[in-house]
Structure formats: structure tokens, C-alpha cells
Design a protein around this ligand. Sequence first.
Ligand SMILES: Nc1nc2c(c(=O)[nH]1)N[C@H]1C(S)=C(S)[C@@H](COP(=O)(O)OP(=O)(O)OC[C@H]3O[C@@H](n4cnc5c(=O)[nH]c(N)nc54)[C@H](O)[C@@H]3O)O[C@H]1N2
Ligand SMILES: Nc1nc2c(c(=O)[nH]1)N[C@H]1C(S)=C(S)[C@@H](COP(=O)(O)OP(=O)(O)OC[C@H]3O[C@@H](n4cnc5c(=O)[nH]c(N)nc54)[C@H](O)[C@@H]3O)O[C@H]1N2
Ligand code: SF4
Ligand SMILES: [Mo]
Length: 740
Amino acid sequence: MVNSRRDFIKVSAIGTAGIMAIDPITKAIGNTFAAKKGPVRTPTYCEICFWKCAGWVYKDDEGNLNRIVGHEDDPSCNGRLCPRGSGGLGMYNDEDRLKFPMMRVGERGKQTFKRVSWDEAFTYIADKLETLKKEHGPECAALFTHGSGGDYFGRLIKAYGSNNITAPSYAQCRGPREVAFIATFGQGLDSPEPTDIRDCKCLVLIGSHIGENMHNGQVQEMSDAIDKGATIITVDPRFSTAASKSKYWLPIKPATDMALLLAWIHVIINEELYDKKYVEQYTTGFDQLKAHVAANTPEWAYGITTIEPNVIRETARTMAKEAPATIVHPGRHVTWYGDDTQRLRAVAILNALLGSWGRRGGFYNPEKAKVPAIPTPEYPHPTRTWRDAMGGKYELADLALANGVCTATIPNAQMDCHIRAWIVNGTNLIETLPERHKTIEAIQNLDLMVVVDTMPMEITGWADIILPECTYLERYDSIRASQYREPTIALRMPAVQPKYETKPAWWMAKQLADKMGLGAYFPYKTHEEELDWQLKQMGTSLEEMQRVGLKKFERHYDDLYFKEGEPQEFLTDSGKIELYSNTFASAGFDPLPVYTAHPQPEDGFYRLNYGRAPMHTFTRTANNPVLTDIMDENTVWVNPKVAKLWGFANGQKVWLKNQDGVVSSFPIAVRITERIRWDSVFMVHGFGHANKLLTRAYGRGASDSEMITHVDIDPIMGGTGMRGNFVTFLTEKAEGGAKV
Ligand SMILES: Nc1nc2c(c(=O)[nH]1)N[C@H]1C(S)=C(S)[C@@H](COP(=O)(O)OP(=O)(O)OC[C@H]3O[C@@H](n4cnc5c(=O)[nH]c(N)nc54)[C@H](O)[C@@H]3O)O[C@H]1N2
Ligand SMILES: Nc1nc2c(c(=O)[nH]1)N[C@H]1C(S)=C(S)[C@@H](COP(=O)(O)OP(=O)(O)OC[C@H]3O[C@@H](n4cnc5c(=O)[nH]c(N)nc54)[C@H](O)[C@@H]3O)O[C@H]1N2
Ligand code: SF4
Ligand SMILES: [Mo]
């Protein structure tokens, strides 16, 4: 089935047309600041999600922000922003924004704050951190950060003497994928993933819902590939947007993907469909793999997955036919059932058998520009980290675990739980970490909790000190250096002055550092000074970047793809692609992925499935006045069979109750649809906000996070599998909702 790209991507309507109309005028003006009248534009990169599309911010004659459009040369967006990026102005205009620094006056979590000056806030934090350092050592502090400000607070906390830096985008998101790919290919995927979708002929999506998951460049490349006739195979228990564009939709029974993957491997090996030369030259462990999957026939998998054997065979043959231009997409939010690293190992192995790693239409070798760091003194060497509380577990995690830092904050006689201060920047931990009761218990044990945010969120309600950051449209940030087919850098600069008393993260971190005697780690007066120094080392300047916004560099090496027959060195134990993982074997884990059965819902309960909507990002956009116009609450998707059983009408409000008896704080509207299986329900993450200061988002829809009280921990790297929760419906409110 061939679909037109117009049907598929609803990226900014202003998009390229807007640029074409305005570009000549702007070019004539020549300098972003030159004009008094007429449109002026300043470069930025988007902060509404982590794809970081480069763009231009335009102002009207009066100097008011007018619109944001994508940067024409940026491979992240190709001149077109997604609906969220176009709606970025809503973040600036949101009247509910945090406006002043605040200090807690009442009990923690009760939301009673007084307004303080920046100096009072910094003095309080600096004094507290100094005392904690003296009493407990600097390793007692941790930084949670997701987003640009992490660079500055990261520097601050390292200068202070701690290495506990973490984000929910690892152990609640892509962590298992990174560990699996490192074990197999010696290299992780990082962001943006170096999938050569543009040139692929077969794209296999296993739960990856590109289309709702609006990672811009990837969505565009997928729609180009569809236009060029690529076959899409989507494995999803839900009829996702991607499924609707697919030749094959495999509505798999949730939690059984490993069986399908093993059966695909079985077919590809037994029918000798694998890339023999590639496997021979680059891999190790093929014979063990062959023996390992001998019994994993499609007939075996059918009984587990409900996918018919002939469909399993046909899709395996299609993948092999188009190989190496076949991508078995690794997905991104992969923390599902606790054996996620192993599931992603099976994905990595499939790609290796198809010879797609390092090949056109498969995975390319990305390159990233190196942005030099301004010279600063060496950081102190911490003697302890969050890992010391883990008793030797999760050694294969290559980044800190957000849930691990939480655990290391809750006092425990058996473990070295030494964390006492959190700085939380740009992450709404109450809604983004599972097991909310644990997050709150950890917070209750803190001596200091600083929250840096732009909005009054669930997490700011728990702060001792709230530091209000200005939005990305009002500030400089670090140079964006994204990995792509060719290296690029992009600049973000303020389009307007910060509203209210808000300030950028770089300024906050520097002020705090100065107060704490750590000013040497921020050796400049303004961020412009640092950026200009860095850019000059790279052969450009701040002045040039303010004009061009984005710069592309030549690749250093001609190694985007493997050269036919040329030897390759992989950064694994054996120097080969490890089908059989020596690293896992020596760490005591299965060296080859094994199928394990996961619990299925009991009678009257349905598996809680969750995901994205194209016009929202996590919890961060639910109050955005532009985006709430498009979607202002989530619904719970219910299969017609289930709706009939419960006597539901479309739009009827219900409360959800999970397997542990937790009831949603707010009701959610039922959406009756064939697009979800009868054993599951689906909802978009990010709604059901409990902070009353969010005037548009408060109480709209329900929170999936509130229902995720059970996690299946990945024994290999500590990721939190979150898809093993089950809900039932209440038609009237009962007690039991978690209080935030
Ligand atoms: N239940 C559930 N949990 C999940 C997920 C899920 O789907 N369901 N998804 C998981 C995944 S994949 C990920 S990556 C994580 C994401 O987790 P988070 O990064 O924590 O996501 P958000 O909920 O968007 O929280 C972002 C916070 O940053 C604030 N913010 C926005 N812009 C700025 C800024 O410019 N500066 C500052 N200082 N703050 C800003 C927002 O107001 C918000 O409070 O969540 C994970 N957790
Ligand atoms: N618009 C928008 N786009 C985003 C984001 C956003 O907040 N908003 N967040 C970004 C981030 S940080 C991430 S990590 C990505 C996440 O995006 P993905 O990596 O695409 O997300 P997942 O949550 O892994 O996948 C969700 C899909 O998995 C399906 N699914 C559920 N259970 C199973 C199962 O057992 N088997 C299979 N095969 N499928 C299953 C669901 O029905 C759903 O369609 O999205 C990114 N893109
Ligand atoms: S994909 Fe959309 S929200 Fe994400 S950075 Fe790009 S424009 Fe912004
Ligand atoms: Mo994520």
C-alpha cells in the first residue's frame, strides 16, 4: 500500500512555504538584529522534545513573537517543525508559568511557598550544600536532568564533587536498547538513531509507533521510504498510525514479542536467508545461535503470539529479500516487561543476520561535531556514587539509573544509601518515574530539593526551592551538536528578553558556582563569551551562527557505510559482532536471548498500554495554550467487545483502578475503538495533571503514571519495565487515588 506523504505527516503548515516567502526579506536585512521594522528572525533549536529541531523564530513589526519555523538545512526537520514545535510559542505565552524564585514555608509537598529573591534562593542552596558536603561528603548530592540545562547543572555538581547525574530518559526509556546494541555491535545508538530510513526498503517496527512518536526527521524519512515503495511491517497490539501505513500489521498478543523475534531468527537461519558473507566475516557465535533457536519454529511462536506461522514466514522472507536495506527498528521507549535488554538483543541479532548494520538502508555510521570545552580545573574525584547502594547489581548500565538514585536516597540498613540532596532540572519525576510512592518516599528523606522548571508541575510542588527558568525562546543554551550522516551544529539564542523574573539555567548554575567558590568552572561573564570562544575553535563565531543558525561540517572519514569486504573492528570483547554475547555470559546472564512468559491480566482487568500523541510531549505540553486547542485531554481506548461487556457509551467518564487497588485521581473518557485489542486498554501519557496551578491541564484526563505501581526490573541494567500493570474500570469515584 503506497500512501502519500501529505496524508502521513502533519508537520507545520507554515513550514517551507513560510520560509520561502520570508527568506529573501530576511536575507536582504542581513542581520538578525538589524531591522527596526519588518520581520526579524533569530535562530533557535526546539526544546519541546529531545529531537532538538533547529528553527527560526520570527517577530512581528512590534517585536512580538510571531511564529517558529524549521531550519531549512537541518536534517532533524528539513525546514518543517512538528505540531508541537510549531506550538512552542504557547510555552512562552502560558500565563501559568513559574514567575519568581520560591521557597517552601510549610510541610513538604503541601505547596506552600513564599516568593524570594534570586540571591536569597542561591544563598539558601549554597549554604545547605556546603553543610551537607562537610557532614556527608559531596557525593550526597544528585542531579536529575532532562534537557538543555543539564550541561550547566552537570558542571556545577561535578565541580561540587558528585557524579550522580541521571535522567528518566535512560532507565525508563532507551537504556536496554543501548546496553543490547553495545553488547552486540560494541556501539550504542544514541539520538537521533542512525537508522538509514531514507534508503530502506523494508522497515520493521516493533512497538515503535513512528507517527504518534513524532520524532520529526524519522517521520519524514519513513514517509519518503513509503513513497518510494518500502514495505512496512508493524508489530503492535494496537492499530497505530504506523500500522495503518503498513503492508503487514501483526497485532501481537502483548508481552510476547520475544517469541516472534526468535521465530524470525529461526526462519532466517533455517531457510538460509541470512547474509552469509557478512555473518562469516563480521560475527561470532552463529553456530550457538543456530542451535539455540532450533526449536523456536513459527508454529511454536503462534501459540504464544497469536501471529500465524505463514505470516511469520512471509514477513521474515520479505525482510531477507530487501536486506541489507532492511531495518528492524530498535524503538526508543523500550522498558516494557523487564527482559527488555534481551528483547533488544534479539532485535540487534536480527539486524546482524540481515547484514543491515553499517549498510545503506540499514544503520549508518553517524558523525558528530566535537564542541571544545572551555578550559576549567579538573573535577574532584568522587569516592562513591549511586552504584554503591546497588550491591554490585546493574554493572552493565552505562548511565546512572534515575530509579537507582531514588533507591540510594531511601535509608536502608543493608545498603549505602547516602544521597541527601537533589537538584531536579527539566524532569517531572512524579509523573515520569514509575512507583510514585517510592519517589515520594525518597523526596521525604531529602535535606534539600531544588527544582528548576518553567511550569508549576507535580515535581515543583515537592520542592524546597523552585528556580524558574525562562523558556528556550528567551535564552542561550549550549551548542547543539547532533549525530547525523554529516555533523551539524545549531545555535539557540534569545528571541526576546525573559518574562517575569525568570532566568536561564546557565546563569543560575554560574551564580551558584560563584557563591560556592566554584567560579573557576564557569570562567566567563556571559554565556555569549563562552559560546563565541567555542565557536571560534570550530572555525566559526557567535556572530556567524546568529546569522546562519546552523552549520554543516564535512565528515572526517569516508565511513558512512562499510566498504564491501573491508575488515571492521567492533568494540566488543571479541572484536566481532557478538551474536553470542561474551559480555553477558561472563556477567552471568543468558548469552543468547530466551523467551520468558509474562503475566497476563486476570478476569475483568486489562493490560495498561500507553504511548504518545503527535501534538503533545510527555507531561510538559499538557498546559500549552496552543496545543491544548488541538488536544486537551486523553481518553482510554477500549475495544467494542469490552465496552459492550461493561455497557459503556463513547465519551463516558470512568475511573481506572489498578492491580494494587490504586484508583486514578481523575476520571477519563472512554473511546470505543477496534484499534485496541480486547485484552488491553490504551492511553496517551502526560495527562491527568494534579497541580491546580496548571489551569488548563489540571484534572483533564487521567495519568498513566499513577497506575504504574508495579515494575519489572531488568536484571541486566536496572531498567523499569512498566507494561506489566493491569487496570479495571470504576463508574463511580472510590477512595484510593494517590495524592500529589
Ligand atoms: N508513565 C509513564 N512514564 C514515563 C513515560 C511514559 O510514557 N509513561 N515515558 C518515559 C520516557 S520515554 C521518558 S524519555 C521520560 C521523560 O521524562 P521527563 O523528561 O521528566 O518528561 P516531562 O514529563 O516532559 O517533564 C519535563 C519537565 O521539564 C519541564 N520543562 C520544560 N521545558 C523546560 C525548560 O526549558 N527548562 C526547564 N528547566 N524545565 C523545562 C516541564 O515543565 C516538565 O516539568 O519519561 C518516562 N516515563
Ligand atoms: N509526539 C511525541 N513524540 C514523541 C514523544 C512525545 O512525548 N510526544 N516522546 C519521544 C520519546 S522520549 C520516546 S522514548 C519515544 C517513544 O516512542 P516509541 O519508542 O515509538 O514508543 P513505545 O512506547 O515503545 O511504543 C508505543 C507503542 O508500542 C505498542 N505496544 C504496547 N505494548 C506492546 C507489546 O507488548 N508489543 C508490541 N510490539 N508493541 C506494544 C503501543 O501500542 C504503542 O503503539 O517517542 C518520542 N516521540
Ligand atoms: S520533533 Fe517537534 S517537538 Fe521535537 S524538537 Fe522537532 S519540532 Fe520540536
Ligand atoms: Mo523517551
